[in-house]
Design a protein around this ligand. Structure first.
Ligand SMILES: CC(C)(COP(=O)(O)OP(=O)(O)OC[C@H]1O[C@@H](n2cnc3c(N)ncnc32)[C@H](O)[C@@H]1OP(=O)(O)O)[C@@H](O)C(=O)NCCC(=O)NCCS
Length: 165
């Protein structure tokens, strides 16, 4: 897979490689991630696919997680949406904000976006705090917008980071 390699303070974001799948799948299936990302869909591709461009988050040479973006191509509503997870052994050490800041910089500076969005389930306070740390702000709560792996429809905090053109 091709694409840029992006350097953060401690993380490196690089295109996914076929060998990443077992590590990412184990991380994605861990309850600390599945609680907020939902159950792993059948055939979840640990590769790029048309709807999302994905990067491995690498810390000290080890694959720690995944960050992805999806772009709205309509020039009149152009923006990019971001999602992220770190495996259980890599959470709580500041790598999430580092990865988000690094990808945000790429989207704003290299890909010409002025508006970045994301959603976090109400209650995922660590995620919300880590996004606030890199300049996202909560703009409201969407109701019953995401069904978790236990079948419950959950509310989500919609967040955005905007550099007004
Ligand atoms: C959410 C996630 C990306 C955050 O990355 P991280 O590197 O673990 O985050 P950090 O350790 O840097 O913590 C970020 C901030 O949240 C704070 N925080 C940690 N736990 C918290 C909690 N329970 N409530 C509120 N704030 C909390 C930290 O103190 C830190 O803020 P500070 O630097 O001002 O003290 C990562 O934990 C993760 O992937 N979790 C599992 C999957 C997930 O939730 N993905 C996001 C779905 S929207």
């Amino acid at each position: 897979m091709s694409g840029p390699v992006l350097r953060g303070e401690r993380v490196l974001l690089r295109p996914l490689e076929p060998g990443d799948e077992p590590i990412l799948r184990a991380a994605r299936e861990d309850p600390s991630v599945a609680d907020w990302w939902g159950a792993v869909e059948e055939g979840f591709p640990f590769t790029d696919f048309p709807a999302a461009t994905r990067f491995a988050i690498v810390v000290d040479g080890e694959v720690a997680g995944l960050v992805q973006y999806a772009e709205e191509p309509d020039p009149d509503s152009r923006h990019a949406e971001i999602d992220v997870f770190l495996g259980p052994g890599h959470q709580g050490a500041g790598h999430g904000p580092d990865a988000m800041a690094t990808l945000s910089r790429h989207l704003l500076e290299d890909r010409g976006h002025h508006r970045l969005t994301l959603s976090a389930a109400v209650g995922n306070d660590r995620a919300i705090r880590s996004y606030e740390k890199v300049g996202f702000r909560a703009v409201g709560v969407t109701e019953a917008s995401w069904r978790d792996r236990h079948g419950t429809w959950r509310d989500e905090v919609l967040m955005e980071r905007v550099v007004r053109p």
